[in-house]
Design a protein around this ligand. Structure first.
Ligand code: SAM
Length: 271
């Protein structure tokens, strides 16, 4: 990942605060999960459900150290810290997110348990093998899969669990969309079939790949649209309605073209 690219991603996330995405998603900057148990859930509730699913897959224990690689404003980090009693370091390339994360953790009385680093998750300022677990929660496609897995391998202890929530290409993903994602969203998406090889090469044993596309993509756009409508008055204080429509179009395009997987892997213990 070039420094120009990381600057562009940082700029995008510094600016989206004003578009109201944080407000609509209850500060969980990822897609949601919907099934018969929560059909009517809004974006924030759907996103919360997905966070809970990630927490359930995690094997982190009380008192252990967890790293959130691409942490947004740290709501998922605070959720796992609370659920598991672990310590979490969240790293984000965005200054806005880092500051907001610190404020939210302080408000929640969790500043000692959840800490934030503004920086590049490909060059984490820490020693090797210090974390007992970690996740890329909708962030790895910005970083480049191989490079990101290499750095995760460096910072995790042998046997540690790594979770990845990723937006993947599908057989129907158009070439036009891939180009748009690369050039306009600074993201690079891969098919799920690439995961076993990538993980193996980086020194991880694949435990499972859960394809949840059908519970995510058909619902996200309509819930997001409803969210913007509901919060229209607040959001319009910061941005013009054309900008909101632009963002909605992007999401519609993403939902039509990409799938969603949850990956669980373990750092191999070398003998
Ligand atoms: C879609 S958001 C997900 C945020 C968070 N995981 C969540 O679920 O709320 C993507 C995140 O990846 C972060 N990110 C992207 N590239 C990064 C990099 N090279 N280093 C650190 N963070 C990065 C962005 O700053 C943002 O926080």
């Amino acid at each position: 990942m070039s420094s120009l690219k990381s600057e562009k991603v940082a700029e995008m996330y510094d600016a989206t605060g004003e578009i109201g995405l944080y407000l609509i998603s209850d500060n969980q900057l990822h897609f949601g999960y919907w099934d018969e148990n929560n059909r009517d859930a809004n974006v924030g509730e759907g996103a919360e459900r997905l966070t809970q699913m990630m927490i359930d897959k995690s094997e982190i224990l009380q008192g252990e150290r967890f790293c959130d690689l691409g942490c947004g404003v740290g709501v998922p980090a605070m959720r796992i810290a609370k659920a598991k009693g672990c310590f979490v370091d969240g790293i984000t390339i965005s200054k806005y997110q880092c500051n907001k994360g610190k404020d939210l953790a302080e408000e929640a009385g969790m500043s000692d348990q959840v800490r934030f680093i503004q920086g590049n998750a490909l060059e984490i300022p820490c020693d090797d093998a210090i974390y007992d677990g970690g996740w890329f929660f909708e962030s790895i496609f910005y970083m480049g899969h191989s490079e990101a897995l290499r750095e995760a391998y460096r910072i995790l202890k042998p046997g540690a669990t790594l979770l990845i929530a990723d937006l993947i290409t599908r057989p129907n993903t158009t070439e036009e969309f891939k180009k748009f994602a690369k050039e306009e969203l600074d993201s690079d998406h891969i098919p799920k079939e690439d995961y076993p090889g990538l993980l193996d090469e980086a020194g991880f044993d694949l435990i499972e790949i859960d394809d949840i596309t059908e519970f995510v993509m058909p619902f996200m756009f309509s819930r997001l649209k409803a969210g913007f409508k509901q919060h229209e008055a607040e959001v319009l204080q910061y941005v013009k309605s054309e900008e909101i429509n632009g963002w909605l179009q992007v999401f519609e395009n993403v939902c039509d073209n990409l799938g969603y997987i949850l990956v669980k892997a373990k750092k191999r213990v070398r003998s």
